[in-house]
Design a protein around this ligand. Structure first.
Ligand SMILES: Cc1cc2nc3c(=O)[nH]c(=O)nc-3n(C[C@H](O)[C@H](O)[C@H](O)COP(=O)(O)OP(=O)(O)OC[C@H]3O[C@@H](n4cnc5c(N)ncnc54)[C@H](O)[C@@H]3O)c2cc1C
Length: 392
């Protein structure tokens, strides 16, 4: 049988799907077309390091052409405009249309702005290598302007959101900003780096002793926290907070939340909280010829709530989807998705971190947590290399 597989998105979910399908099925059996907006597979979990300039772009933007070389995958670089599930086709932004027999949706998620006035227009988001580079260039421009006698706000940076992304970003900036200042003759103490979080604590889900440890580690490096303070509006460089105060900031980086991908929410497939509702084997509940992997899917946990978006789950879902596409081609039983949680790791800059690891959620801090984070990145890279070696 020769049926067309179209995969949308080459992040963790999409790439792992493609490689896993190729582990089981040759190109002649299952032609794959993989569509991605950019020509690279991006290690999104390391973007905060690129923002602060302490990792090379090449280390986290891996060329897809190279990753998929010889695997018989037709790579299309471009945007997906819409999915038409009832016609079994996908429309690309450059105007062409791709017909499929099996579709895999792995487009990730989108930043949520929660309708806060002025936030979308006046903030940077951090979802891609291009975003990270843009933020870095902007901060450098602002520091140049400050060094030339510009406004105080030029030396002020607000990171909105005290979850994993926001905290890792302030940690990295706290480490790197002093060197950026020295290079420009700026006194590092004149920089103001804020983290603003609406709820009563940063790092939700971490035990309180690790939260306290993370906060004091960052405060010791100059980070100013505004916890329990929602951003209520942004007017140009004025960031307004719930208590009526305001921060003048030349840079606002918004890491405050994610929502379903707009192509998925507009597609007509059944949704749960803006993400695709899926069966236990990761097929759309409304369209069984569509599989969904990664942040685009809402997989419901034992507590009845969707799992939070994470790279480790996206990668595991990609493998389950890849296997299930193969199983469906062979008329075999599909596998239910069984997530394995290895833990959560938050880096707090280059030399510090906090983590809960293993089935017992063992708490780690300092070097041990940082080393675990490095190890988990290496594990991912060696895993995709291993899959590549196994794939046809
Ligand atoms: C800064 C940051 C740090 C994070 N740190 C961690 C962490 O430490 N641990 C963890 O587990 N998770 C972390 N996450 C979350 C994790 O990165 C995501 O859950 C994960 O990337 C989801 O994988 P995915 O395959 O669903 O989507 P993605 O990895 O986002 O991939 C989606 C792909 O689809 C492409 N795409 C999107 N829209 C279109 C379109 N319209 N047309 C064509 N292509 C499109 C994108 O270019 C991308 O290649 C972090 C996220 C961020 C932003």
């Amino acid at each position: 049988m020769n049926r067309r597989v179209v995969i949308l998105g080459a992040g963790y979910g999409g790439l792992l799907t493609a490689l896993t399908i190729r582990k089981h099925l040759r190109a002649e059996e299952a032609p794959i077309t993989l569509v991605n907006r950019v020509p690279t597979h991006q290690l999104v979990t390391e973007l905060h390091r690129l923002t602060a300039g302490n990792i090379r772009e090449q280390a986290l933007a891996l060329p897809l052409e190279k990753l998929l070389k010889g695997k018989g995958v037709d790579l299309r670089i471009g945007g997906v405009e819409s999915i038409e599930p009832d016609l079994k086709r996908v429309r690309l932004t450059e105007g062409s249309v791709l017909a499929y027999d099996t579709l895999v949706v792995a487009l990730g998620s989108e930043t949520a702005f929660f309708g806060i006035p002025g936030l979308r227009e006046n903030s940077f988001t951090l979802k891609s290598v291009e975003d990270a580079k843009r933020i870095r260039e902007h901060i450098e421009e602002k520091l140049d302007s400050f060094a030339r006698g510009g406004r105080e706000a030029d030396a002020s940076i607000v990171v909105g959101g005290g979850g994993l992304t926001g905290i890792e970003t302030v940690g990295e900036l706290a480490d790197e900003l002093p060197a950026w200042c020295r290079g420009r003759g700026i006194e590092p103490g004149s920089i103001r780096l804020y983290n603003v979080e609406a709820s009563s604590s940063i790092l939700p889900g971490f035990p309180s002793e690790l939260v306290a440890r993370a906060q004091s580690s960052l405060e010791n490096r100059g980070v100013r926290f505004r916890i329990g303070q929602p951003i209520t509006a942004v007017e140009g460089s004025t960031v307004r907070l719930g208590d009526g105060s305001a921060i003048e900031a030349g840079t606002l980086i918004w890491c405050g939340g994610v929502q379903g991908h707009p192509v998925v929410t507009a597609s007509g497939i059944e949704l749960v909280r803006g993400r695709a509702a899926v069966t236990a084997d990761l097929r759309s509940v409304s369209h069984p010829d569509i599989f969904v992997a990664g942040d685009s899917a809402a997989v419901i946990g034992e507590d009845g709530r969707p799992y939070p978006p994470s790279a480790q789950l996206a990668w595991q879902m990609g493998e389950t989807v890849g296997y299930n596409v193969f199983a469906s081609y062979r008329g075999a039983d599909l596998q239910p998705f069984r997530p394995v949680f290895s833990g959560t790791l938050a880096s707090l800059g280059r030399k510090d971190g906090v983590a809960v690891v293993g089935a017992r959620l063992t708490p780690l801090k300092g070097f041990a947590a940082t080393a675990m984070k490095e190890a988990s990145n290496l594990r991912y890279l060696s895993h995709i290399k291993g899959l590549f070696a196994l794939a046809y």
